[in-house]
Design a protein around this ligand. Structure first.
Ligand code: NAX
Length: 331
C-alpha cells in the first residue's frame, strides 16, 4: 500500500473547505488508491466549527483517510505537508477599500509562507485559492524563497472548467469532449477565456470550437463575459459564492499536476511567468500548461491574434497593479 500523503487545507471551516475535504478524503484529488492525512487550519473564531468538520470526517468513515489534524496553529498545520491548498483568507466586506483587503491578505500570506517554508515537506506543492489568488500566491512565493517557484500556483481551473461548460451547453456536446480552452491572466474579471485552440471530439477527429460555434460575435462577446462574470452570477443565485465547483476545480488542478494531463490536452494554471507569450516575468499569471511527472510546463508556440494580444496585456496590466499594491502594503 502507498504511504499517506499529507494535504493541508487552510480556511477548512469555510464553505469551500466544507466541500473540498470530503473530496480529498474520497480520493478525488489524488486517486482512489492514495491514502491521505488531512491537515485543516482555520482561525480561532472558527475553531469550534472546524472541530465539527473533523467530527463529520470521522463519521464519514472514509477508507482512504488515515488521519485528521484540525488546528488553529499554523506551524502544526504546515508540518510535514506534501500538498497545501490555501483557501483561507480575508474576504472583501462592504465598504472596504481594495488596499485594506490586500493588506490583510498580504500579512496572512506572508506569515503562512514562512510556516510552509520552515515546516512543510520538501517539494511541497502549493495551490492558492483565496482571493486575490494570483497575488496571494506571489506573496507566498516571495516569502518562501526556499520553496521552488515551480511549486507555487494559483487556481484558475474553475474559470477553465466554466469555459468548458459554456461551450458544452452552447454546442450541446458532452463537456468531456471539449478541450484546450485557455484562461489567461488574473482570476478576476479581466481574465481572458480563449477558445482559439479549443476543440470538440467528433467521429471524424477533433474539430475547432470556432468552426462548430460559427458565431464569432458570441465567442468574442457574451461567451467571454459570461465566464468572467460567472462568479457574480452564482452569488446572485445562491446568495453565496461558488463552493462545490471551486472545490472540484482545486481537485482537478492538483490531480493533473501530480498525476499528469492526458496526451494532447492542456489545462489552465496560475504559475510564475517566465516571460512566455510576452507576459511580464515576475507575475503569477494563468497560462495553458501540460503536466507530467509532477511538473507543469507552459504550452509553447500557440498563435495569438491581435484581439487576444490586447486581452493578454490588459490582464497582465491589472496583475502588475495588484503586485504594486501588495508591495505597498509590505512597507
Ligand atoms: P469562507 O469565508 O466561507 O471561508 C474562508 C475561511 O477562511 C473561513 O473559515 C475563515 O475563518 C478562514 N480564514 C480566514 N483567515 C484565515 C487565516 N489567516 N488562516 C486560516 N484560515 C483563515 O470563504 P469561501 O467561500 O470558502 O472562499 C474562500 C476563498 O476562496 C475566498 O478568498 C474566495 O474569494 C476564494 N475563491 C476563489 C476562487 C478561485 O477560483 N480562485 C473561486 C471561489 C472563491 O470565490
Amino acid at each position: 500500500a502507498k504511504d499517506p500523503i499529507r494535504v493541508l487545507v487552510t480556511g477548512a471551516a469555510g464553505q469551500i473547505g466544507y466541500a473540498l475535504v470530503p473530496m480529498i478524503a474520497r480520493g478525488v484529488m489524488l486517486g482512489a488508491d492514495q491514502p491521505v492525512i488531512l491537515h485543516m487550519l482555520d482561525i480561532p473564531p472558527a475553531a469550534e466549527s472546524l472541530n465539527g468538520v473533523k467530527m463529520e470526517l470521522v463519521d464519514a468513515a472514509f477508507p482512504l483517510l488515515k488521519g485528521v489534524v484540525a488546528t488553529t496553529d499554523v506551524v502544526e498545520a504546515c508540518t510535514g505537508v506534501n500538498i497545501a491548498v490555501m483557501v483561507g483568507g480575508f474576504p472583501r466586506k462592504e465598504g472596504m477599500e481594495r488596499k485594506d483587503v490586500m493588506s490583510k491578505n498580504v500579512s496572512i500570506y506572508k506569515a503562512q509562507a514562512s510556516a510552509l517554508e520552515k515546516h512543510a515537506a520538501a517539494n511541497c506543492k502549493v495551490l492558492v485559492v483565496a482571493n486575490p489568488a494570483n497575488t496571494n500566491a506571489l506573496i507566498l512565493k516571495e516569502f518562501a524563497p526556499s520553496i521552488p517557484e515551480k511549486n507555487i500556483s494559483c487556481l484558475t481551473r474553475l474559470d477553465h472548467n466554466r469555459a468548458l461548460g459554456q461551450i458544452s451547453e452552447r454546442l450541446n456536446v458532452q463537456v468531456c469532449d471539449v478541450k484546450n480552452v485557455i484562461i489567461w491572466g488574473n482570476h478576476s474579471s479581466t481574465q481572458y477565456p480563449d477558445v482559439n485552440h479549443a476543440t470538440v471530439k467528433a467521429p471524424g477527429g477533433d474539430t475547432p470550437v470556432r468552426q462548430l460555434v460559427a458565431d464569432d460575435d458570441w465567442l468574442n462577446g457574451e461567451f467571454i463575459t459570461t465566464v468572467q462574470q460567472r462568479g457574480a452570477a452564482i452569488i446572485k443565485a445562491r446568495k453565496l459564492s461558488s463552493a462545490l465547483s471551486a472545490a472540484s476545480a482545486a481537485c482537478d488542478h492538483i490531480r493533473d499536476w501530480v498525476l499528469g494531463t492526458p496526451e494532447g490536452t492542456f489545462v489552465s494554471m496560475g504559475v510564475y511567468s517566465d516571460g512566455s507569450y510576452n507576459v511580464p516575468p515576475g507575475l503569477i499569471y494563468s497560462f495553458p500548461v501540460t503536466c507530467r511527472d509532477g511538473k507543469w510546463s507552459i504550452v509553447q508556440g500557440l498563435s495569438i491574434d491581435e484581439f487576444s494580444r490586447k486581452k493578454l496585456d490588459a490582464t497582465a496590466e491589472e496583475l502588475s497593479e495588484e503586485k504594486a499594491l501588495a508591495y505597498s502594503c509590505l512597507s
